[in-house]
Design a protein around this ligand. Structure first.
Ligand code: DQA
Length: 143
């Protein structure tokens, strides 16, 4: 399966960003870990991070022929990006929303995801395992 893993704003700062919430792995370490998990070995991954909403939209559009599944951690865009929601609805690719932290146990504004209705699943609070869970769901559902 061809899977895009997309990370939104400030996730490039993982490792130094609020480590008590997000852990101490850098984004690069996290993505390397994911790609090398036994469940992931037989699949193809493309990783992308941007702090810019339009760049994330362009990337999804550009890769829509290649991608068979999308794992997206939209960062704060989760809570207000109707544009990313529209993009995910516009393409016919199964998408899973992931979060490192438990968005339901933090600030009120984080409890609402604009992106979720465009996704087959939302996974939150498992740290880096949120991404692995998403891969497992794709495999389980034969996506
Ligand atoms: C996050 C949760 C979001 O609320 C926050 O804005 C992030 C990271 C997470 O992975 O826990 O940037 O998506």
């Amino acid at each position: 399966m061809n899977i895009l893993v997309i990370n939104g704003p400030n996730l490039n700062l993982l490792g130094i960003r609020e480590p008590e919430i997000y852990g101490t792995d850098t984004l690069e370490e996290l993505m390397l870990w994911l790609e090398n998990c036994p469940e992931c070995i037989d699949h193809n991954f493309k990783f992308y991070q941007s702090n810019h909403e339009g760049d994330i939209i362009d990337y999804i559009q550009d890769e829509r022929q290649w991608a068979q599944g999308i794992i997206i951690n939209p960062g704060a865009f989760t809570h207000y990006s109707y544009a990313i929601y529209d993009t995910l609805k516009a393409i016919n690719i199964k998408c899973i929303e992931v979060h490192l932290s438990d968005i339901f146990k933090r600030d009120d504004f984080r409890k609402k995801s604009i992106i979720e209705p465009a996704c087959i699943k939302q996974i939150s609070g498992l740290g880096k395992k949120s991404y692995l869970e998403a891969v497992k769901i794709f495999i389980k559902n034969n996506c």
